[in-house]
Write a protein that binds this ligand. Structure first.
Ligand SMILES: [Zn+2]
Ligand SMILES: [Zn+2]
Ligand SMILES: [Zn+2]
Ligand SMILES: [Zn+2]
Ligand SMILES: [Zn+2]
Ligand SMILES: [Zn+2]
Length: 429
């Protein structure tokens, strides 16, 4: 198959023009003007000031800079156009005063979790979980969900919460625990990612009496141990219910008096019946509160949260199961602490840069979309590689065009072979 070079170059120009259009449409606007928002925030490691950038600025203003994506942070206003960063913003060119309202926690020093370790996408083997309240990230092992991996070698699968949504290898087998274990080479966690919708870390739980009250119930699972020497287990309701988890379904439904595990609330469970009976459950002494019974171990962990060694029986993290926002009790004790943290009651909106209004679906546009779904550092590499390749190709083809020569397949093969050679040479250096 042959085509004249001018045809080829024209089509190349067209592609390049489309690529240039695709990029600005998605990333032409800094979110600064919109004020503080919950949005994906990027930390630039190249700029000396540890400040957060919006998605558009991370691409448009700090393209060649090393960055970490910190994922959503609420009440955040882009600092790229402000005096707090010396590097000039190319999108919002008016110099703005420093954002006083931005919270600059340890993530902006590149440190994560209660262990305060740095995050390295290349070597991190563990899944990390984001706290709904403080929005810091936690290692599964630091939540006592599983052993700490012995080595932090790169894992065959990327870390879950940073990728699972878009992982093409992620199959809905219904046996997430097993697939997670095999893909990462680690044993399955005590509570697997598909069993909870949100996570709140122990230190955030310790500031909210309602979360403490619900910790260790079916909708707010807890990881704890009976003594500092015993092994970690999940606590998700009173002892009797936990035993039922071992019983198979047939037995559970045929024998009366055995409760269904994971009953979503005391309202439809046997708890209400039992309250009318002979053995009252202490918390139901206040009949207006609908919080399900709490496991005594959960109560102990909660009462130890602010003590000197709060981690001995459990870190106090809670794993909120699907639909948790609809299940809270709205009594005068439970509701006020929830209202103080509105994201516990209502799902929050997270700002995203507007979609490309011209959905021409060019190759480059599709490419850009694919790039936006892979980790930021890799995406930036991809953009650089694409630009470098395009420039080289145009340089290579220009003499053919000037001479009106026909480009044939072997010319193109030759071009890619020379690219490969150059890359290999670079690799050897
Ligand atoms: Zn910005
Ligand atoms: Zn930068
Ligand atoms: Zn900017
Ligand atoms: Zn940690
Ligand atoms: Zn937290
Ligand atoms: Zn209540």
């Amino acid at each position: 198959m042959e085509s004249t070079l001018s045809e080829y170059l024209n089509s190349q120009d067209e592609l390049v023009r489309e690529a240039a259009l695709a990029l600005p449409h998605q990333f032409s606007q800094c979110s600064y003007a919109l004020g503080p928002l919950r949005q994906a925030v990027y930390l630039c490691l190249t700029c000396p000031e540890a400040r957060g950038l919006c998605a558009a600025c991370s691409i448009a203003c700090h393209t060649n800079h090393e960055q970490i994506e910190l994922f959503p942070k609420r009440n955040f206003r882009c600092d790229c156009p402000t005096t707090s960063i010396a590097h000039n913003c190319t999108l919002h060119t008016k110099l703005e005063p420093e954002n006083e309202g931005n919270q600059y926690g340890q993530n902006f020093k590149g440190l994560f979790c209660r262990c305060g370790r740095p995050y390295d996408a290349k070597t991190e083997r563990e899944t990390m979980i984001q706290c709904l309240a403080c929005e810091d990230w936690f290692h599964e092992s630091c939540c006592n969900l599983r052993e700490r991996p012995t080595s932090r070698e790169p894992s065959p699968a990327p870390p879950e919460n940073l990728s699972s949504q878009n992982d093409p290898n992620h199959t809905e087998t219904g046996d997430d625990a097993a697939s997670e274990a095999s893909s990462s080479g680690l044993p399955p966690p005590l509570i697997s990612g598909d069993e909870y919708e949100s996570f709140v870390c122990g230190s955030c739980v310790s500031r909210n009496t309602t979360l403490q009250r619900w910790a260790g119930t079916s909708g707010a699972m807890l990881v704890a141990r009976d003594s500092p020497g015993s092994s970690w287990r999940r606590v998700s309701g009173p002892e009797a219910e936990e035993e039922v988890v071992q019983v198979d379904d047939n037995q559970a439904s045929s024998s009366s008096g055995i409760k269904r595990p994971l009953s979503p609330s005391a309202l439809d469970g046997p708890e209400t019946k039992r309250a009318k009976g002979s053995s009252p459950i202490p918390h139901l002494a206040i009949p207006s509160c609908l919080a399900p019974p709490q496991h005594p171990l959960a109560a102990t962990v909660m009462s130890n949260l602010n003590k000197s060694d709060p981690n001995s029986l459990g870190a106090g993290d809670i794993f909120l199961s699907l639909g948790f926002r609809d299940r809270w009790c709205h009594c005068h004790t439970c509701l006020p602490p929830l209202k103080a943290e509105p994201y516990l009651l209502d799902d929050e909106e997270t700002y995203e840069p507007p979609d490309d209004p011209d959905s021409g679906l060019s190759l480059e546009e599709l490419g850009m979309r694919a790039l936006s779904r892979i980790p930021r550092d890799k995406a930036l590499d991809g953009i650089h590689a694409f630009n470098a390749m395009r420039d080289d190709l145009v340089k290579f083809l220009r003499p053919f065009a000037q001479d009106g020569k026909v480009v044939n397949e072997s010319d193109v093969h030759g071009f890619f072979a020379s690219l490969k050679e150059a890359a290999a040479k670079k690799g050897r250096e």
